[in-house]
Design a protein around this ligand. Structure first.
Ligand SMILES: C[S@@+](CC[C@H](N)C(=O)[O-])C[C@H]1O[C@@H](n2cnc3c(N)ncnc32)[C@H](O)[C@@H]1O
Length: 257
């Protein structure tokens, strides 16, 4: 999976809003060590660093392209290349924050408890993940990838939905923590421009599929997908496109000692 920081940054406001909503629910006053897992281009990490300006804030990502932009834009923050699956810092965190990243990893039943072990007593893990894998933007992508024309090249890229429902996370995490705050929101995102939902997914879900194709196949696949997206998300009378996007939020806190 390769990332394109410029494409991802096209919808900064919409992508930032859930991170701010998540941050607003973190009841920590003076954390000393904060990790931002899957920090991407670092704009959320920078907000964490401004919010808790006495803390050491470390952004971790496995995309060199995303980290290169993060380093350029925010040179005073500490950035590390690493896989979230292997996250085991020498200094445990008071806060593990992860916005729109953990859905890229499988096996949350093992991952979430493992991440909690990297927190200090009283520490908080705050996670936001997209939860729209059954939305037309994703289902049509998987449908086309699994059609006779594409299945040989793209079928293996269709993953089972990585994010479970809210009850599943509650049952997994509540025995391990002292406090749990868990909620879901659908943002009715107003997007502008031509093929707006396609433009959005080009920055995320569509990337692995396009990366597996070359030459004319890229355009052929994209235009089939674009046509289906326009049916599912018609252009409104004012020229904009409404793209409902559901997100799952989890804030859990360990006991103090
Ligand atoms: C959708 S972006 C979110 C970036 C940032 N958190 C934000 O809110 O703008 C997802 C990021 O997760 C990173 N990522 C995905 N899987 C990862 C993994 N296994 N280890 C580390 N980073 C990962 C990607 O490289 C990408 O930068």
């Amino acid at each position: 999976m390769t990332w394109n920081p410029e494409q991802y940054s096209l919808f900064t406001d919409h992508r930032l809003r859930p991170a701010i909503d998540l941050l607003s629910q973190v009841p920590l006053h003076a954390p000393s060590v904060i990790y931002d897992l899957g920090c991407g281009t670092g704009n959320v990490t920078a907000i964490l660093s401004q919010h808790w300006n006495e803390a050491v804030v470390i952004g971790i990502d496995n995309s060199e392209d995303m980290l290169a932009k993060a380093k350029r834009d925010h040179p005073s923050i500490e950035w590390k290349t690493g896989d979230i699956a292997d996250f085991a810092p020498t200094s445990k965190g008071n806060l593990i924050f992860s916005n729109a990243a953990l859905h890229w990893l499988d096996d949350h039943e093992k991952l979430f408890p493992k991440l909690l072990k990297q927190l200090r007593p009283g520490g908080i893990m705050a996670v936001q993940m997209p939860n729209n894998f059954s939305a037309p933007s994703h289902e049509t992508l998987y449908d086309i990838a699994q059609s006779a024309e594409w299945i040989d090249r793209l079928g293996s890229l269709v993953r089972p939905a990585p994010v479970h429902n809210i009850n599943w996370y509650f049952d997994l995490l509540s025995p391990l923590v002292e406090k749990i705050n868990i909620w879901e929101t659908t943002y009715f995102q107003v997007l502008n421009g031509k093929d707006a939902v396609l433009e959005w997914t080009r920055g995320t879900a569509l990337r692995p599929f396009l990366a597996a194709l070359d030459g004319d196949d890229v355009d052929a696949f994209e235009s089939q997908y674009a046509e289906r997206l326009l049916e599912a998300y018609p252009v409104r009378r004012d020229g904009s496109t409404l793209y409902p996007f559901s997100r799952l939020f989890i804030v859990v806190q360990l006991p103090e000692g």
